[in-house]
Ligand binder design. Structure first.
Ligand SMILES: [Zn+2]
Length: 99
């Protein structure tokens, strides 16, 4: 009985984890790790202004899509500081170009 209980709990937590993983995009797989968080924060400290609108920068964008390429990903010359608004509109126009 207790064994059954255990496997039930295990199955439940596995399902919960699967749901959790689905909800989260595979940011980590694409290289957005703790190291990235640290490096990008340092970058934003050096470049506190959005390159597009001059508002305070909030995130680091890759000028050239890295598509998982580690060299491009970590190349600071491929980074630009953006605010959320500009990042979103940049990504949207990129999506439009693709389709
Ligand atoms: Zn901006």
């Amino acid at each position: 009985m207790s064994g059954e209980q255990c496997s039930l709990v295990a199955a439940r937590s596995k399902a919960r984890k699967a749901r959790f993983d689905r909800k989260r995009p595979s940011a980590r797989q694409r290289g957005y790790t703790r190291q990235w968080e640290r490096e990008s924060k340092a970058f934003l400290a050096d470049y506190p202004v959005c390159v597009r609108c001059g508002e305070p920068s909030e995130l680091v964008d890759h000028i050239k899509a890295h598509k998982g390429n580690q060299q491009l990903f970590w190349d600071r010359t491929n980074w630009q500081p953006l605010c959320h608004h500009c990042h979103n509109s940049a990504k949207q126009s990129e999506e439009r170009r693709k389709s």
